[in-house]
Design a protein around this ligand. Sequence first.
Ligand SMILES: [Ca+2]
Ligand SMILES: [Ca+2]
Length: 464
Amino acid sequence: MRRGGLLLLGLCLATPAAAKPVAPKAFCDALPEAPACAGGVPACTLCHAVPPARNAFGKQLAEVLAPEAPRPLSDDDFRGGLAAALAAVGPLDADDDGADNAAELAAGTLPADADSVPRAGPCTPSMMGAWNLCGYDPAFAFKRIWLDVCGHSPAYADLEAFVALEPDAQMARLHDTLDACLDTPFWQGKDGVVWRLAHTKVRPIRAVKSGENAGPIPLGDYDDDYRLFVWTQTDDHDAREVLTADYFVAPAGFGRLEKVATRTNQPVVGERRAGMLTHRWFLVLNVMFTGIPRTAAAHAYRAFLGLDVARMEGLVPVEGEPADYDDKGVTEPACAACHSTLDPLTYPFSRYHGITGRALGYDPQRVARYYRNEAPTMAQTPEAGVFMGQPVADLVEWAEAAANSDDFARNTARDYWRLLVGHDPTPGEAAEFNALWKAFKGEHGYRVEAMLHALIETEAYGAP
Ligand SMILES: [Ca+2]
Ligand SMILES: [Ca+2]
């Protein structure tokens, strides 16, 4: 076994024996409405000083968590006992700040930090400013929509006319304004707001771009990735197709886009396509020359689901994994904590070529054909994998499961929340944020524009 494999992807933990990768998710299973779960799962610092050392709240919790069970606790004992233990320490005040632990968890403040205390008392209206500082202010929202979505302030006469409207008419005008702005090049054009929102998912590199404005070593044209992203996020389109599309999106002149069945630079055949995940650029960048391309799975998980395996997010360990087909040493305890999730998440990516000479696109024999000499068990690498506990036969099924997951809906809503509200949902905004991503998955039918109409009605957006 190669010890160098221990550093693989930086996923190995310094303290495997004491780490509890299941803890953040178990917490949210026990207290799903806790504000700390609004943005995904709580930070380790809820219970730990520096993991594995516990803070004052973590110590109280550990004392009453499954007291009869052997130490260190198994994951099952931990999960099984957590809800009762949280209830038991609720009336205590770990940080002595006057608010009991239950009140702090409900308010989203930190039960082990005396400087973090639930805010008392209602908001007091300010008489000083033009905006209504105590709640939703339609005039503030009106100006904000103009700036955020149309790219400039409203004309003074428009603002005056808006303020003169009755409240119902003001709300109707806000939605009309949003609709008009959503159709502007500022919002949905090339290099517009939505296009730029894809930067962290695409991770463009000018030097290896092909197509228009090609670099010196043209390997893939990521404009296709941006176009698919913009298409899925605009008009009446289903945002999940960023992961499930079996089509491409091409320029159609005058800044317009159109769906097409093939692109000459896109080698993956129709029934093997999974939206951006099987675009040439995604595979060039994330698969490259790797037999078991863990980077591809980790990037997809992070970019589209908001889960960073390296930060122990989204870990759902699979029995018998990691099998370590490529002999990278990932069965070491320090690595296995993350790789028992990451490796089965990666197998479905292993049949897609990255940068390998003439062979491009999908090849069911790719690992056996090109990588069998890398390790004795390499050729046994399966194509089937596991996505969050759910077996998937291939990447198309992987993408389908991902697109339908709560994490995808939450991450998509969070992208726009960050963009328009300006920061991650705070504990105080958790109720509005949770309602938003659930509506996106439900009544909005994964239409981003429908979700944005709901977002502009939130206090978080419209209260100055
Ligand atoms: Ca307290
Ligand atoms: Ca506190």
